[in-house]
Write a protein that binds this ligand. Structure first.
Ligand code: AMP
Length: 279
């Protein structure tokens, strides 16, 4: 497995692989890898000749009061994990290698205004910008994203369609801890009590899935889910919403495919979870 730090080195490797006619898969990550990331890398390994993992805590997707500095990092561990999963390259640039100042942004505004975009107004602009850059640097045939960040996945799909990136976007299911908590690099912020309290998210997901199958209106599904979270003293709801799966706009009832998504503060840590419902 190779490690690159610069855009140039990465491009040169990719050019050689392309000359050899190899297919390339990309897994964009912010590092501190866990089994959720591993599931994307494994799928990428199965479907491509070359597996590229990017490991970059992207500053442009963090707001001024968010956890950019505190975000967990452990490149040595990430590197060993990627090697074990058979990755060919980890691209681990410094912010200075990725961004000049000032620099251009990519924004898919309509889908970015609801759900997480409401609380994190510049987040998806940063995500679209870094993912576009990675797509241009690595030029993959396929790129792998988790359903855990369902709004991100919907925005990336729309970006690829609108901007004609010739890349297949592969969505991968949410990987959870044995007790249901969705795996996340941010779970390391939780103390013992918060870790227990965080289970209210996956319990709310489970409840929502049961209620929606019985044909309930959005209001009723969301009320039942919110009740579970509100019963947890350490939890504070940012949002619990039902939106159209493609447009990310709120819906009253699950008449088309929908996404039911939530963000909840457990203490200071903001966690997300969701489920999709296909009609
Ligand atoms: P991150 O490093 O948090 O930016 O995540 C990198 C990629 O891994 C994104 O496409 C995430 O959606 C995906 N991912 C993170 N956690 C999970 C999980 N628990 N299950 C599946 N995919 C995940």
């Amino acid at each position: 497995m190779q490690v690159t730090k610069t855009v140039e080195e990465t491009r040169n490797l990719v050019k050689n692989w392309k000359k050899e006619g190899k297919s390339i898969g990309l897994v964009p990550t912010m590092g501190f890898l866990h089994e959720g990331h591993a599931s994307l890398i494994q799928r990428c390994r199965e479907e491509n000749d070359i597996v590229v993992v990017s490991d970059f805590v992207n500053p442009t997707q963090f707001g001024p009061t968010e956890d950019l500095e505190a975000y967990p990092r452990d490149f040595a561990r990430d590197s060993a994990l990627c090697e074990g999963l058979g990755a060919d390259l980890i691209f681990n640039p410094e912010p200075e290698n990725m961004y000049s100042n000032p620099h251009a942004f990519v924004n898919i505004d309509l889908l970015s205004e609801t759900l997480c975009g409401k609380t994190r107004p510049i987040h998806f602009k940063g995500v679209c910008t870094v993912v576009s850059k990675l797509f241009n640097i690595v030029a993959p045939d396929r790129a792998y994203f988790g359903q855990k960040d369902a709004q991100q996945l919907a925005i990336i799909r729309k970006m690829v369609e609108d901007l004609n990136f010739d890349i297949q976007i592969v969505g991968c299911p949410i990987v959870r801890e044995a007790d249901g908590l969705a795996k996340s690099s941010r779970n390391t912020y939780l103390d013992e009590n918060e870790r227990k309290a965080a289970l209210c998210l996956s319990r709310a997901v489970k409840k929502g899935q049961e209620v929606i199958h019985a044909g309930a209106a959005a209001q009723d599904v969301l009320t039942e889910m919110k009740a579970i979270i509100e019963a947890e003293p350490l939890a504070e709801i940012d949002y619990v919403s039902m939106v159209d799966a493609l447009t990310m706009q709120p819906v009253e009832k699950a008449e088309k495919d929908v996404l039911v998504a939530m963000a909840v503060y457990i203490g200071k840590t903001r966690l997300i979870d969701n489920f999709s419902y296909e009609v």
